[in-house]
Unconditional design. Structure first.
Length: 96
């Protein structure tokens, strides 16, 4: 679930001088902090709908398991290939 994919954009300010630019920059930082610290509510609504519906939740948990298993498999493959190319290091932390 990409919950933060809708937060993008750009805006510019033209200021009279460095002092005004400093003031504007401070104000913009405050606005940005509030925006990024409070993610959009619709993300949690999507999660709530999925997790409160037994069929959707079962599908979601199945997909999470598939991805988790794939990550484990890829980690083991990475360690095996590092050994094949001659690495003598201890890579056990990657597969724990």
């Amino acid at each position: 679930m990409g919950l933060y994919g809708y937060r993008l954009g750009c805006f510019s300010f033209v200021c009279r001088d460095a002092a005004e630019a400093k003031t504007v920059k401070g104000s913009v930082k405050i606005i940005c902090r509030h925006t990024w610290s409070n993610p959009p509510k619709f993300g949690s609504e999507i999660a709530k709908r999925i997790l409160s519906n037994p069929a959707y939740k079962a599908q979601y948990l199945k997909e999470v398991k598939v991805m988790s298993d794939r990550i484990v498999t890829m980690r083991h493959a990475l360690v095996e290939n590092l050994k094949k190319v001659g690495s003598k290091r201890d890579w056990s932390h990657v597969t724990k």
